[in-house]
Design a protein around this ligand. Structure first.
Ligand SMILES: [Zn+2]
Length: 261
């Protein structure tokens, strides 16, 4: 079983052909997909996806890149609704939430403000006994300091689209984090993500496509889709010492351990 643990299946253009994307994924052995929440108006769409497709699980959360477009009142309402929505829609995780240095620079939603929003997600995840899906872009030091101050995540978490640095893997691991390895390791010149994917302990590896925004090297189109997870796995196999079957079995078990059966 291959599990795409981070795929924006509802996002255009993927959202226009969910059936096709899921069926192509199934043909390649990708039988489960986790679709992250990005903002409150999108949550009912996720719920409908999960209801229609047994292979789809969802997370409920507010993405830092959505914050600039979200009115203060809508953000406050969304955070207040987070726990109830996660329960109502059967979310298997809280997120994605996180820290985005580019958003802090460009939009004025500071990392301090982003921390308050992540903290609200953490509280809900802890209260519901769910793992956290975390996005970190250009804010690695800040994010690590934030989570180290909180201590280990009691129900686990994933640092999605992990591209290094490899040196920080032990510190994130000590906090109960898994690492979402994505299409970046398929790109010939991507040295840092490959170094990181080599050193993640096997019991902390997860695979993701982060589609449709990212796609694998050699893909015929610039739209990622869950079936491309196989190319991510193939790239990982070339980077690691374990045989392919061992990686597939362990990574599948990791995903179930974090997100449930
Ligand atoms: Zn995402």
């Amino acid at each position: 079983m291959l599990f795409d643990t981070h795929c924006h299946l509802d996002a255009p253009p993927l959202g226009d052909d969910v059936e096709g994307a899921l069926s192509r994924a199934r043909d390649r052995g990708v039988t489960r997909v986790l679709v992250p929440g990005v903002e409150p108006r999108q949550w009912p769409t996720l719920a409908a996806l999960a209801e229609r497709h047994a292979s789809v699980s969802i997370a409920i959360g507010i993405h830092p890149q959505c914050l600039p477009e979200l009115a203060d009142a809508d953000l406050a309402d969304g955070l207040a609704d987070l726990a109830a929505a996660a329960r109502l829609y059967g979310a298997v995780a809280i997120g994605e939430c996180g820290f985005d240095g580019a958003i802090a620079k460009e939009s004025g939603v500071s990392l301090v403000r982003q921390s308050e929003i992540v903290r609200a997600h953490v509280e809900v995840a802890d209260a519901l006994g769910l793992p956290l899906v975390v996005h970190v872009l250009d804010a690695m030091g800040h994010a690590l300091a934030f989570f180290e101050a909180l201590g280990p995540r009691p129900h686990g978490a994933v640092l999605h689209a992990f591209g290094g640095p490899a040196a920080l893997v032990p510190r994130w691991s000590a906090l109960g984090f898994f690492f979402g390895i994505g299409p970046s390791i398929t790109w010939p010149r991507a040295k840092r993500p490959k170094e990181a994917a080599r050193v993640v302990p096997i019991e902390r590896l997860l695979l993701e496509t982060d589609a449709p925004g990212t796609y694998v090297h050699g893909s015929p189109s610039r739209t990622g889709e869950p079936g491309q997870l196989v190319a991510v796995l193939d790239a990982l196999v070339t980077l690691r010492d374990e045989p392919s079957e061992v990686l597939v079995t362990s990574i599948g078990a990791n995903a179930v351990r974090l997100f449930g059966p």
